[in-house]
Design a protein around this ligand. Structure first.
Ligand SMILES: [Zn+2]
Length: 194
């Protein structure tokens, strides 16, 4: 059986079928003498570099270094994100074709929001740059393989999205379902007039 799986398919596999599949792939790669492209160490080094770079460009501190008691659970501090802003962010940062986002990813993000996977959102206004606000949340993973919540944050500047981070595998692409689900939640709050 020669099945071609897409990355999304792997995320929905059970752990045992994923192990079987990866085992077969490893044997195949060994037979072909395929070179190992990236080590885990190299990947995490690149991720750290990318993370620091996103914060530096926006002259913002690392939200993970902000003490827990400085974050507010207050919807009034949330930025004003309407559909136009959310959609233009998606289009600017899309790494997959628009049709895919429209049909699949967007639906998935909405179902995340609808099923309550988006927990509480916390905000932190930068004291020295009052128009900048971080919004962060813990997202229940959608996959069976990973059971730690994804750490997702977005940095806004006067209601515009400056940059984002999500610890999920798709998060570095600047457009994952968790980020979209957070944007939905903020947008719904805005529409309800908070
Ligand atoms: Zn994510």
């Amino acid at each position: 059986m020669d099945e071609q799986y897409q990355f999304e398919d792997l995320l929905h596999m059970t752990l045992s079928s994923l192990q079987d599949y990866l085992g077969l792939r490893a044997f195949g790669a060994y037979d072909l003498k395929a070179p190992i492209k990236y080590t885990q160490e190299k990947i995490s080094k690149e991720l750290k570099k990318e993370y620091q770079c996103r914060l530096q460009v926006c002259t913002a501190p690392d939200p993970n270094t902000i003490p827990a008691d400085k974050w507010e659970e207050n919807v009034l501090t949330w930025p004003n994100v309407n559909e136009g802003k959310a959609f233009s962010f998606i289009l600017q940062n899309k790494t997959v074709e628009t049709e895919y986002i429209g049909r699949n990813k967007d639906k998935k993000a909405y179902s995340f929001y609808e099923s309550g996977f988006v927990g509480c959102l916390y905000s932190y206004c930068l004291p020295d740059q009052r128009n900048k606000v971080f919004i962060k949340g813990d997202m229940t993973p959608s996959t069976k393989v990973c059971d730690r919540p994804h750490n997702t944050w977005i940095l806004f500047d006067s209601n515009s999205i400056l940059t984002i981070w999500c610890t999920c595998v798709a998060g570095t692409s600047l457009c994952c379902s968790h980020i979209l689900a957070v944007l939905y939640k903020i947008n719904v709050a805005h529409k309800r007039g908070y």
